[in-house]
Design a binder for this molecule. Structure first.
Ligand SMILES: [Fe+2]
Ligand SMILES: [Fe+2]
Length: 439
């Protein structure tokens, strides 16, 4: 049992656990080893020795006392201890430890983090300096992973090395847990600063935003919505919107996006933002202020809607048939089926997200609960979701232009067939106007 408890505490709290076979040995450790113990866990009896009572009495006279958890029943009138049932469960011990040590939710999350935190390699591409040591992971078949230092604190980043790692398909480098906040602060500051530069040409903004998409994706899937990720997402969404607003004619920007080397996921986000902007102008739903709010919301949703899907192949799926044709593993299939609901829930923790963005995200495949894909498209979705669904479909057609070899008029025939309801047709009409007018 000693081993079970020891292993459980080590894995749950990353704790260092010292185990003894008697109360006397434990007291001797505490007295002589000069180790600051946070907590003592003891059986009520060890063989016939009343071990818990011995420890409780010892601790009663000690300042400061150390919180004790007794496994099993014990009669003692002092404080700073908790006893468990005889047939305790490890979760119960965990709960008592959290209570006795007054560990907050945030502290607990911190404790549970591994010693080395993975950081997406793209984060180094545009940054000049790293403010802490950076490591690479060497995985061994039978031994634990090794972390080898490759950059020192305040080291100038060698971008050639980074490219070489990428060519070897290294996707992450690592920093120590204690360094992670200041590391992300500094790296994201450097990345965001690039996008805030005045007069940056559109092609550079598109490249940087495409890298930021990959970094945001990593941050969100590994850590959820953190202040760093909020900063990165907000600055990227703004930059993409600015590019879209800055191009009055469609052709050059379309060419730039279709030829961009970034991921399919990123390019389809940018295209959706572009087409939504134009469609909003054409359908003329609202006054200028509402226009800005609608566009802001759509740009935000476009950037995030598929961000939990790690592969371009999964991003391209927009109906049930495509999903089943791909023969994915159960895990991937579930990821795709649930992605609209997942991102909707994640975004509920995003500070100052545009209002209703979560509902919109949940509906982006035409299903109100965000699970799966619509069989038929219904009209009781938000008007934004309807616009988004049609515009996204159109974006997929353009990105797959070379493989599918459909002409523009064939694409429109397909869209009219797929979306017979008037609220959807109106969006198809607007897209057609946009293409004909080259807007
Ligand atoms: Fe999508
Ligand atoms: Fe999606």
């Amino acid at each position: 049992m000693k081993r079970i408890v020891k292993n459980a505490l080590m894995s749950e709290f990353n704790a260092e656990v010292l185990a003894t076979d008697s109360a006397a040995a434990a007291i001797s450790l505490i007295e002589h080893e000069n180790i600051p113990f946070n907590i003592i866990v003891s059986r009520n009896k060890l063989d016939e020795e009343a071990s818990a009572l011995t420890l409780l009495n010892y601790n009663y006279d000690r300042t400061p006392s150390i919180p004790i958890i007794v496994l099993g029943d014990v009669e003692f009138s002092g404080s700073n201890y908790i006893k468990t049932a005889d047939r305790f469960r490890t979760e119960e011990i965990f709960r008592h430890i959290i209570d006795l040590l007054n560990i907050s939710k945030e502290e607990l999350a911190e404790i549970k983090l591994p010693e080395y935190i993975p950081v997406p390699i793209e984060i180094f591409i545009r940054s000049k300096l790293t403010i802490c040591d950076v490591y690479i992971k060497i995985s061994k078949k039978h031994d634990p992973d090794q972390y080898v230092k490759i950059m020192h604190t305040n080291h100038e980043i060698n971008h050639e090395h980074i490219t070489r790692y990428q060519q070897k398909e290294v996707t992450h480098l690592y920093v120590k847990k204690a360094d992670r906040n200041k590391f992300f602060d500094s790296m994201i500051e450097q990345s965001v600063a690039i996008l805030e530069k005045q007069d940056l040409p559109s092609n550079v903004i598109v490249d940087v935003a495409a890298e930021h998409y990959g970094i945001s994706q990593n941050l969100i899937t590994q850590m959820g919505i953190t202040p760093h990720c909020v900063k990165l997402v907000n600055s990227s969404v703004k930059a993409i919107a600015k590019v879209v607003q800055g191009h009055t004619s469609l052709g050059p920007l379309l060419k730039l996006l279709l030829n961009n080397r970034g991921s399919y996921a990123y390019r389809h986000c940018h295209l959706i933002t572009l087409f939504s902007h134009r469609v909003l102008n054409i359908v003329d739903w609202c006054d200028e202020k509402q226009f800005d709010q609608n566009f802001e919301k759509i740009s935000f949703v476009a950037f995030l809607h598929d961000i939990t899907l790690p592969e371009d192949q999964l991003v391209q799926i927009n109906n049930k048939l495509d999903l089943y044709k791909l023969n994915l593993s159960k895990e991937k299939k579930d990821l795709v089926l649930n992605h609209a609901n997942t991102i909707s829930t994640i975004v509920q923790t995003f500070p100052k997200a545009p209002s209703g963005a979560d509902i919109f995200l949940r509906q982006h495949h035409g299903v109100s609960n965000g699970i799966g894909f619509a069989d038929t498209f219904v009209s009781n979705l938000s008007i934004h979701a309807i616009l988004f669904i049609v515009v996204e479909d159109f974006a997929h057609h353009l990105l797959n232009f070379k493989e599918n070899k459909l002409t523009m008029s064939e694409i429109f025939i397909k869209l009219y067939q797929r979306y017979p309801l008037p609220s959807y047709r109106k969006i198809v009409d607007a897209l057609k106007t946009m293409i004909v007018g080259g807007m």
